[in-house]
Design a protein around this ligand. Sequence first.
Ligand SMILES: *[C@@H]1O[C@H](CO)[C@@H](O)[C@H](O)[C@H]1NC(C)=O
Ligand SMILES: *[C@@H]1O[C@H](CO)[C@@H](O)[C@H](O)[C@H]1NC(C)=O
Ligand SMILES: *[C@@H]1O[C@H](CO)[C@@H](O)[C@H](O)[C@H]1NC(C)=O
Ligand SMILES: *[C@@H]1O[C@H](CO)[C@@H](O)[C@H](O)[C@H]1NC(C)=O
Ligand SMILES: *[C@@H]1O[C@H](CO)[C@@H](O)[C@H](O)[C@H]1NC(C)=O
Ligand SMILES: *[C@@H]1O[C@H](CO)[C@@H](O)[C@H](O)[C@H]1NC(C)=O
Ligand SMILES: *[C@@H]1O[C@H](CO)[C@@H](O)[C@H](O)[C@H]1NC(C)=O
Ligand SMILES: *[C@@H]1O[C@H](CO)[C@@H](O)[C@H](O)[C@H]1NC(C)=O
Length: 618
Amino acid sequence: MLFTRLLGFAAVASAAWSGNLNYRSPSHHHPGLGIAIHKVVKRSDISSPFDPAKLNFTHGVASGDPYPESIILWTRVAPTMDNDKSNVTVTGFVPLYNHDTDEYVALSKSPVCVDWAVYVDKELRRAVTHGTAYTSSDIDYTVKVEADGLSPYTTYHYQFAVCGSSNSSPVGRFKTTPRKDDKVNSGSIAVFSCANHPFGFFNAYGNVARKDSVDWVVHLGDYVYEYKEGDYGWGWAIGRAHQPNKEAYSLYDYRRRHAQYKSDLDLQHNHRQFAWIPVWDDHEVGDNQYRDGSSLLNNTEDSFIKDGGVSVDQRKMNAVRAYFEWMPIRQVDMDDNLRIWRSFSIGSLFDLIMLDTRQYDRSITDLYWNTDYVHAISNDAGRSLMGSRQENWFYNQLIKSNKRGAIWRIIGSQLVFSRLNASLALGPENPFNYDGWDGYVSNRNRTFNVLYENNIGNNIMLAGDIHSTFVSDLNWYGNKPYNPETGEGSIGVEFGGSAVTSPSPLGPNLTFAQGQFASEWVVGNNPTLQFSDIYYRGYYELHITHQEVNAKYFGMPSILTRNPYEVPFANFTVKNGENKLSRPLSGGTVFNGALKNKQTTQTNMTHNTEDNSWFISN
Ligand SMILES: *[C@@H]1O[C@H](CO)[C@@H](O)[C@H](O)[C@H]1NC(C)=O
Ligand SMILES: *[C@@H]1O[C@H](CO)[C@@H](O)[C@H](O)[C@H]1NC(C)=O
Ligand SMILES: *[C@@H]1O[C@H](CO)[C@@H](O)[C@H](O)[C@H]1NC(C)=O
Ligand SMILES: *[C@@H]1O[C@H](CO)[C@@H](O)[C@H](O)[C@H]1NC(C)=O
Ligand SMILES: *[C@@H]1O[C@H](CO)[C@@H](O)[C@H](O)[C@H]1NC(C)=O
Ligand SMILES: *[C@@H]1O[C@H](CO)[C@@H](O)[C@H](O)[C@H]1NC(C)=O
Ligand SMILES: *[C@@H]1O[C@H](CO)[C@@H](O)[C@H](O)[C@H]1NC(C)=O
Ligand SMILES: *[C@@H]1O[C@H](CO)[C@@H](O)[C@H](O)[C@H]1NC(C)=O
């Protein structure tokens, strides 16, 4: 009897270790890249757990990667707000840092045990599934579990609690996706990118949570920035300076950075309310990242020494590990630790195809000192933003999505897809952003070729990275005819969108007049670009039905204080089968920015606190 009880206990305990997916990140099948669970288990003394009263759910809760029957749930429960400083290396060296004495000590033998449960009601009376998981300093006290056995297209609530205690987390909420062939009438997402902590408050995240206006959240990356404080921004002035106060290289640096960002109350609110579908851009690792390095890491002996003995690959692994620990993201291929490209089917309404145009397998990019060279090779057929494995997968996804009859294809690309002549800002010699799709023309051509050759319509490209708004008809410019007046000749639409806080491409102190001048210039000098707004920080929402996709753009009047205000500055419609922006664009009116062929007077919105509306004050 005793024997069976012990056996039963061992099985539960071992499931609780492996049930925390972060012990297996970033690669389950390559133990050298993950944590050796058997070593952690051997070291641990589960009979002397932490005093529950000494543990805190330090960063709220989050959910992500919704499927029809399952979801990823995340939290962090720790004896300290600070992060693990142990620089876990690929060889598995895991010392424990004592913050009081500032020294490395023997590993803590006490794991933290948490129970979690998913409920159908927000009063948490009727649980549909539950489980137990361990966490420890090895994974920075993060917890990531998969809850399954759920029903499609259903709203649930969830909570974590320290085992055997009433110390519990905030309550989170999420919605599962419909089954692949389910007929659903509508779905909506909020699209975010580029949140730079020292540049301001994450009001954009908070507003969507307060309005409760969408089903899911898509994040196109630059969720954290690796920069040192002092490079730019006003972090010190507004109490949002980067921690640690250095550029991120070590595992500790990236963990600390994620922890700091997730301490923002608006971001926590958003994570608590919605399941997220995130991808990284460059700054989750380093500026202008590509397969083999980034703008500030040359992969030379000099740079290796300057960067504190962290190699390009080690840095990327540190960043990737912290990302998987801290984000509610699934690892869809345990054999491929860098793979975050993946897709979601939202019934027969749309497929959401998320790309990694940054870290995975990208050919050399513009590193600032080689711009002429990258310009010269930008039309080389051998260049790829994604690498051949991901490219083939992407084209197959487009073809399969069309074949299965999904009405819309929504493609999450970090970078602006449409050709964008920005010689006003970049100068006449190198007028394109060669770090974007414009530096990888053949990859874009191959994408267009798949769409046009297979007659795949209803394509909606999403883009971030550019810190301003760019709305285009999707046309293979120079290869297929295009009428800028009517949109004839295009094969979809691109919605590029703004930034939670990262400054405009023309600098952080842009005036309305400067923003308007640049918006008008760029719309006037790019045939497929139909609208641009360079001024506002913000985000956009997509409301998707069988008949049409509506994109609503929101601008933040100020990010230097925490506030709930926003300006609904433009709204666009794409009708099923039309493959272009509906005319008149935005119903003929925008509150800021430049519409094609339309003189927009520069506007300054004033807020009426009585009815919470905005009016044009000049
Ligand atoms: C946990 O949070 C509570 C409330 O904020 C605080 O009083 C307590 O000191 C925290 N405990 C630890 C170990 O940080
Ligand atoms: C961890 O990394 C930081 C920064 O690279 C370094 O200063 C520190 O000495 C490292 N600690 C250990 C235990 O290796
Ligand atoms: C990288 O190498 C180039 C070419 O030698 C040099 O111009 C540039 O300053 C280097 N960058 C860094 C960050 O070391
Ligand atoms: C891509 O398409 C454009 C427009 O037709 C063309 O000018 C360019 O040469 C093509 N490049 C490659 C590498 O296919
Ligand atoms: C922007 O304005 C701030 C505050 O007035 C100032 O400190 C900063 O230097 C300015 N930045 C630029 C790039 O002009
Ligand atoms: C907008 O108007 C307000 C109130 O008149 C003024 O303080 C602010 O500077 C204006 N903003 C810009 C960017 O012109
Ligand atoms: C970019 O736009 C400028 C201004 O219209 C134009 O002079 C230049 O030829 C354009 N460059 C390219 C490569 O299209
Ligand atoms: C966009 O739509 C919203 C309603 O969702 C409306 O309040 C706003 O005025 C519209 N903006 C424009 C520029 O038409």
